[in-house]
Design a protein around this ligand. Structure first.
Ligand SMILES: Nc1nc(=O)c2c([nH]1)NC[C@@H]1CN(c3ccc(C(=O)N[C@@H](CCC(=O)O)C(=O)O)cc3)C=[N+]21
Ligand SMILES: [Mg+2]
Length: 316
């Protein structure tokens, strides 16, 4: 059955299986890693820097390091104490900038309050900015006719999920809930105008809804494509959703759950059970956007490595 007929025939949404899509992309990436190794005798390398021991940060960093190992990407790790100085963290970044085996650098956010986050992100070499958080990469993303060296992982993952689910973007009304630098803002740009080689041309009409928007519900209810990235557990209810809409839920909010060993479970920014009765397509949490974020990080790392290897081979 085609995606379009599912949307019309079925009263409940098609669940977008981010885990399965991410796994199949990871296989493609593993093949690329092998091909690069055969051609250049080198493998891509990713450096992950973790400051402090905040529980979920450590979990995500562990997942990133394991994903690298699974794909044949060399991973470099630096764990720093929570009270590390800004200067010492900048030194770690400078060392990775200079390390020829490292093609991507990720400093796990958020950083402790005493560190100027933007100063750290600005220090990461543009050529190794696999998070796409450097102002020059964000600037290129925002400009028509310019393509960033790297596009942020979660926004790129959202577009890739829409593409691989057969959701058309061009001419559609898209609403982004949330305006963060790491998700809301870049995903709004991508939906409006992206010319990334791997992606369908987007060309949606985009509205950004945030904490100061009056009647967020009414605006969301006009969306053919709704991206929820505001970090409020189950804020988007069933009646916020236009029937047949594609709903991408970026939220990962822990809520108490005594039946879990950890004492909590993850829910999205969307009330899933209500929303799936109205949406045409919807991502679950977990198993939706999350696995794509890490996969796009690996993909960006391989892209960075390929560019470096090609330049070196051309003697530049
Ligand atoms: N410099 C930087 N870059 C980031 O990309 C970055 C960051 N800092 N800080 C934290 C956020 C968060 N983030 C996630 C990655 C994977 C999942 C993920 O795979 N989640 C699984 C569930 C994981 C679980 O069960 O705990 C899922 O949704 O299925 C979630 C969240 C990356 N981030
Ligand atoms: Mg651009």
């Amino acid at each position: 059955m085609s995606a379009a007929s599912t949307q019309i025939d079925s009263p409940t949404a098609q669940i977008i299986n981010g885990k399965a899509i991410a796994d199949s992309i990871r296989k493609e990436i593993a093949d690329e890693v092998k091909a690069l190794q055969e051609k250049y005798g080198k493998v891509p390398g990713l450096a992950v820097v973790l400051v402090g021991t905040k529980g979920d940060s450590a979990t995500y960093v562990r997942m990133k390091r394991k994903a690298c190992a699974d794909l044949g990407i060399q991973s470099f790790s630096t764990d720093l104490p929570g009270d590390v100085s800004e200067e010492d963290l900048l030194k770690v970044v400078a060392d990775y900038n200079a390390n020829e085996e490292v093609h991507g650098i990720l400093v796990q956010l958020p950083l402790p309050k005493h560190i100027d986050e933007q100063r750290i992100l600005d220090a990461i070499s543009l050529e190794k900015d696999v998070d796409g958080f450097h102002p020059a990469n964000i600037g290129a993303l925002a400009m028509r006719g310019r393509t960033p060296l790297f596009t942020s992982c979660t926004p790129k993952g959202c577009l890739e999920l829409l593409k691989r689910s057969g959701v058309a973007i061009s001419g559609k009304r898209a609403v982004v809930l949330g305006r963060s630098n790491i998700v809301g803002m870049p995903v709004a740009h991508l939906l409006q105008a992206c010319a990334l080689p791997f992606i369908i041309i987007s060309d949606a009409t985009v509205t950004v809804v945030h904490s100061r928007t009056p009647d967020a519900r009414a605006i969301c209810a006009e969306a053919d494509i709704l991206v929820a990235a505001i970090g409020q557990a189950e804020m988007v209810r069933g009646d916020w959703i236009k029937p047949g809409a594609a709903v991408i839920d970026v939220g990962t909010n822990p809520i108490p759950d005594a039946s879990k060993k950890s004492g909590y479970r993850l829910v999205g920014d969307v009330a899933f059970s209500e929303a799936k009765e109205r949406a045409g397509f919807i991502t679950p949490v977990p198993g939706g956007v999350g696995p794509m974020t890490i996969t796009m990080l690996l993909s960006n790392t391989v892209d960075g490595a390929r560019r470096t290897f090609e330049k070196a081979a051309a003697g530049q």
